[in-house]
Design a binder for this molecule. Structure first.
Ligand SMILES: [Ca+2]
Ligand SMILES: [Ca+2]
Length: 66
């Protein structure tokens, strides 16, 4: 368990609805490490998204970011 992960998740989830969307994820990546293509963001979201709703909830994020 990591409080940091929750903090990271909340930082990425800018509208605070409890899900990270591709747009939110893309924005966070661009803040961190320069340019990320839409394609790359889609691939990452697809990898992390286990239940196929195109959003990353905290459980999915926690598994993905471990
Ligand atoms: Ca959100
Ligand atoms: Ca999901």
């Amino acid at each position: 368990m990591s409080a940091d992960k929750r903090a990271d998740f909340n930082k990425i989830d800018t509208d605070g609805d409890g899900f990270i969307t591709a747009d939110e994820f893309k924005a966070s990546l661009q803040n961190g490490s320069g340019k990320v293509s839409d394609e790359n963001v889609k691939v990452i979201v697809r990898m992390a998204d286990e239940n196929g709703d195109k959003k990353i909830d905290f459980d999915e994020y926690a598994k993905f970011a471990r």
